[in-house]
Design a binder for this molecule. Sequence first.
Ligand SMILES: Nc1ncnc2c1ncn2[C@@H]1O[C@H](COP(=O)(O)OP(=O)(O)O)[C@@H](O)[C@H]1O
Ligand SMILES: O=C(O)C[C@@H](O)[C@H](O)C(=O)COP(=O)(O)O
Length: 329
Amino acid sequence: MSNGANSAKKFDFIAIGRACIDLNAAEYNRPMEETMTFVKYVGGSPANIAIGGARLGLKAGFIGKIADDQHGRFIEKYMSDAGIDTSQLVVDQEGHKTGLAFTEIKSPEECSILMYRDDVADLYLRTDEVDEEYIQQAGMLLVSGTALAQSPSREAVLKAVQLAKRNGVKIVFELDYRPYTWKNKEETAVYYSIVAEQADIVIGTRDEYDVMENSEGGSNDNTISYLFGHRPEIIVIKHGVEGSYAYTKSGEVFRAQAYKTKVLKTFGAGDSYASAFLYALITGKDIGTALKYGSASASIVVSKHSSSEAMPTVEEIEELISNQPVIHS
Ligand SMILES: Nc1ncnc2c1ncn2[C@@H]1O[C@H](COP(=O)(O)OP(=O)(O)O)[C@@H](O)[C@H]1O
Ligand SMILES: O=C(O)C[C@@H](O)[C@H](O)C(=O)COP(=O)(O)O
């Protein structure tokens, strides 16, 4: 497949979904109960991926809804300063709030996220706020699975997927499973399958594919045999510190190991991975190299305090790939 590189298009990719706030513990190695200070960053998986892509020099756009408040304005300015087109970042007019993610860093291995996502603006994006002419201008549409959790955002995303298909825009589905936004796993499995079957590229962790399949302990072989019966041409399955695999419809299998690093916290790995993986595909690198870019980017971000602000440059990624040993597992 051609992986979406299209210099004739205004955007290399457009992400759809949430742009929110991360409040990351400024004090490490303690539970949230004892954490008194937090540092504010833009967060939300698709926003992080757009920021990561823009840091790597990609032309990125964003479709989403932000609150009409100080947090919403902070997000819009940060993303626009990062070089992302925010013309389709709709400002909510109904009093909905910005989603907040407080992060706890108990140890490098024990991190958790406490989400405040009741009535959040991002899940109120409507179908009439998704514009065909905007989507036409992209090489790829990056869909976050969390945006399928509730209506009207669910229908807005399904419309974006339809428009992308109609206009030959590659669909990248990042499963991005956040249990607290869903009613139950059965519902998640239904909507994940609907979009995964229509996507060109699917990216997720092994656990997230299990959610899509509404099963436990699933195998990569079963996942790819199901999805390759549909539209996907590339399936990426991440296995945490044990590395990741990419499978192609023509039967190739690629594996990348994680790079050794001094881990500060584990969150941010998935978003940095996705942005660097897509950057590599969009700039014409092969799939094996793209996996390395993803792993390298993730190993940089897990060693830093934030997800968005910590997104690396191309030079940092390439330097790390050349010099850093991998974790053998
Ligand atoms: N402790 C770690 N050290 C170095 N790299 C890591 C570590 N954990 C994850 N990674 C890298 O980040 C990638 C994505 O991590 P993973 O945990 O699978 O996804 P997610 O963050 O979406 O749950 C992995 O494939 C790996 O390359
Ligand atoms: O996606 C969110 O709403 C929270 C993120 O902003 C946060 O930085 C995070 O959890 C990132 O983790 P990842 O998805 O593993 O990259």
